[in-house]
Ligand binder design. Structure first.
Ligand code: IMP
Length: 197
């Protein structure tokens, strides 16, 4: 089954395919004339609210097109750092683009509490029904940049469920099995697999 993923982040599409493709779902980036449509994000500090806006925009975009009967996927995610009162959170994408991983390491230079959490909230729309799932990954921020796999904050994020390596030092399948996105998509898949009433 084909699912259109409204995102400008190709890494998210790759990761969604890792989780859902072996279960029979083919995730494709939602493009119009070869470009990811611009998404207007609401002023909200909650990824759940941002995701709800995204799915409504996705529905408006496919309305009246050949894609109208396709399933849709959206997701909002972020890095929440405990000692920074959950910053950058919903601003993760913007913060990464402006100051990057070095910026986070600088903010935490003299900080002993390096606890952090990745969160992802996904919504899949299929045949008039919404499926929603929150995934979390507890971890900590490293003291230096390590590894080049994954994307975004992965080279400074050490998952608690790992062996001390950052996501940037892990293979894709290792990250998928531990990550917030992997968890959120597996929950979605379980919901999709339930017999409909
Ligand atoms: P958005 O959901 O498109 O608004 O962006 C989420 C932002 O959070 C990304 O651009 C990254 O900066 C960060 N982020 C979310 N998930 C991950 C991940 O799995 N690895 C690294 N960074 C992530």
């Amino acid at each position: 089954m084909k699912v259109l993923f409204l995102t400008s982040n190709e890494n998210k599409v790759t990761e969604a395919n890792q989780t859902l493709s072996e279960l029979g779902y083919e995730i494709e980036q939602f493009l119009i004339n070869g470009l990811a449509p611009k998404i207007i994000e609401p002023q909200s500090s909650e990824i759940e609210i941002v995701s709800e806006f995204k799915i409504q925009q996705a529905l408006e975009l496919i309305s009246g097109t050949n894609f109208e009967n396709h399933a849709l996927l959206v997701e909002d995610s972020g890095l929440f750092i405990e000692s920074l009162s959950d910053f950058p959170g919903v601003y993760s994408s913007y913060f990464f683009r402006t100051v990057g991983n070095q910026g986070i390491l600088k903010l935490l230079e003299n900080e002993s509490n390096r606890n952090a959490e990745y969160r992802a909230y996904s919504i899949l729309y299929r045949d008039g029904v919404y499926f929603r799932a929150l995934g979390k990954c507890l971890g900590s921020i490293s003291t230096e940049i390590k590894g080049s796999n994954g994307f975004g904050y992965d080279p400074i994020f050490i998952p608690d469920s790992g062996d001390g390596r950052t996501f940037g030092e892990m293979q894709d399948y290792e990250k998928e099995s531990k990550s917030h996105r992997g968890e959120s998509l597996r929950i979605l898949y379980d919901k999709l697999s339930l017999p409909s009433k």
